[in-house]
Design a protein around this ligand. Structure first.
Ligand SMILES: [Zn+2]
Length: 187
């Protein structure tokens, strides 16, 4: 699932476009995001994503009005407001982070804490965290863990200068470490 973002000013900014061009531009943005094309849409894709009948005229208009750039086999469709869309790298990073987080949660819920982040998992905060991962069933490690899981790193948000980036860095580092452990486990 990807998202296509349109700033609130988009309808005004695109006020001079015909309905066809407006529609085609939105269709192309969604296509680019769905395929992670970073706003470079192959011309041969056109018929696969547009419902505009006279798409050739609409393309000409978008190029003429400076929304698209004609680049031989492709159109670059990010001449205006490219910053609204997420780059492939960001999307892939987010997906990897989501996968890791789901993986961690799944393992955590069955008492395996090898991917858990210290400070966010009760079983990792204790000295014998590793031993806990072999807790026999019946002692119900799930309940407490599930409740604790997902709590923010600190419960009280602090917006003091420097605090937020530091905390983010910690989380990213913890994620990277967990990612390494995941690789080690699955290899
Ligand atoms: Zn855990």
């Amino acid at each position: 699932m990807t998202w296509t973002k349109l700033g609130e000013e988009f309808p005004d900014e695109a006020g001079d476009l015909t309905s066809d061009a407006f529609r085609l531009h939105v269709e192309a943005l969604a296509w680019s995001n769905r395929r992670l094309l970073d706003l470079i849409v192959p011309k041969r894709d056109l018929r696969r994503f547009t419902f505009v009948t006279d798409s050739t005229a609409a393309v000409d208009e978008l190029v003429r009005q400076g929304w698209w750039q004609d680049c031989e086999g492709d159109w670059f469709i990010g001449m205006k407001f490219p910053e609204w869309q997420q780059e492939r790298e960001q999307v892939e990073h987010r997906r990897a982070a989501n996968r890791l987080s789901q993986n961690r949660k799944r393992k955590h819920d069955i008492g395996n804490h090898e991917l858990c982040i210290p400070g966010r998992c009760k079983y990792l905060s204790s000295a014998d965290a590793r031993a806990d991962s072999s807790t026999p069933s019946g002692s119900d490690p799930d309940r407490f863990g599930t409740e604790r899981y997902g709590e923010p790193l600190t419960t009280k948000p602090s917006f003091e200068e420097g605090k937020f980036p530091d905390r983010r860095t910690d989380l990213v580092r913890a994620n990277d470490e967990a990612m390494d452990r995941l690789r080690a486990v699955s290899s």
